[in-house]
Design a protein around this ligand. Structure first.
Ligand code: SF4
Ligand code: SF4
Ligand code: FES
Length: 246
């Protein structure tokens, strides 16, 4: 027989429409059967206990990137985190850091998207549209494999200490996306596009403390991309100094 264990969920609640109310932890006691995810419990709390609780979700299977939050101090997706995985019966939920809270566990992701757009996260082509699929070899595709897995959940953005210091830092997701297109055999953007990230708010701002890699639920390694972009910039500079063409 499956038995349910009693859990205490403490959820940080606030509402930017009510600036006079201080953020507070609200406590919910729920019975949880083994295998239940944090998101499943959140849905139960909202549906059966407190309809005013706000959080984002959609796919429930770590695909849409909506349900990122801080779970017992660790940034992760609520839909892929099992309640029983912490070895404690108290689960503390807080919204993602580095973004303004709209309500409860829902943050305003505008800064994340603003940085993302800056790197032109799409295939840039110079040649005429061939009107058919632009093929890649297996080897060419393998260069971008890990980056294609990014679900834009902003776990890395919430984990990055540089963004906490400087909200104008491009951040790990945007820089990983730029590397994804630089490495893509079909992308024809000018090498000079790299200059847009050649400063302290781009690749040189990263402290390489790897928090983004730890936080990423899809095994993307943003720090590796930042190092890759730095190398590309150094090579570009060396070629310029030596008067060499690409
Ligand atoms: S490695 Fe760089 S981008 Fe990643 S979290 Fe650390 S400072 Fe931010
Ligand atoms: S790199 Fe990872 S953590 Fe960052 S947005 Fe993409 S999937 Fe999320
Ligand atoms: S609900 Fe889609 S990633 Fe969690």
């Amino acid at each position: 027989m499956i038995t349910a264990d009693a859990y205490t969920f403490k959820i940080l609640r606030s509402d930017r429409k009510k600036p006079d109310e201080k953020p507070r932890f609200e406590t919910y006691r729920v019975k949880v059967i083994p295998g239940l995810t944090v998101l499943a419990v959140l849905m139960r709390i909202r549906d059966e206990i407190d309809g005013t609780l706000s959080f984002r979700s959609s796919c429930r299977s770590a695909v849409c990137g909506s349900c990122a939050m801080v779970i017992n101090g660790r940034i992760d997706l609520a839909c892929r985190t099992q309640v029983a995985s912490f070895g404690t019966n108290t689960i503390i939920l807080e919204p993602l850091p580095n973004m303004e809270i709209i309500k409860d566990l829902v943050v305003d992701m505008t800064p994340f998207w603003r940085m993302y757009e800056k790197v032109r996260p799409w295939l840039v082509r110079q040649a005429e549209d061939p009107g058919k699929e632009i093929e890649q070899s297996e080897e060419e595709r393998s260069r971008i494999d890990q980056f294609v897995n990014c679900i834009l959940c902003a776990c890395c953005y919430g984990a990055c200490p540089v963004i906490t210091r400087d909200p104008e830092y491009l951040g790990p997701a945007a820089l990983a996306k730029l590397e994804r297109f630089i490495l893509d055999s079909r992308d024809e953007r000018s090498e000079d596009f790299l200059d847009t990230v050649n400063d302290e708010r781009g690749v040189w701002g990263c402290d390489t403390v790897l928090r983004c890699i730890e936080a990423c639920p899809k095994d993307v390694r943003p720090t590796d991309s930042i190092v890759g972009l730095r190398k590309a910039l150094v090579k570009k500079k060396a070629r310029q100094l030596l008067g060499m063409k690409k």
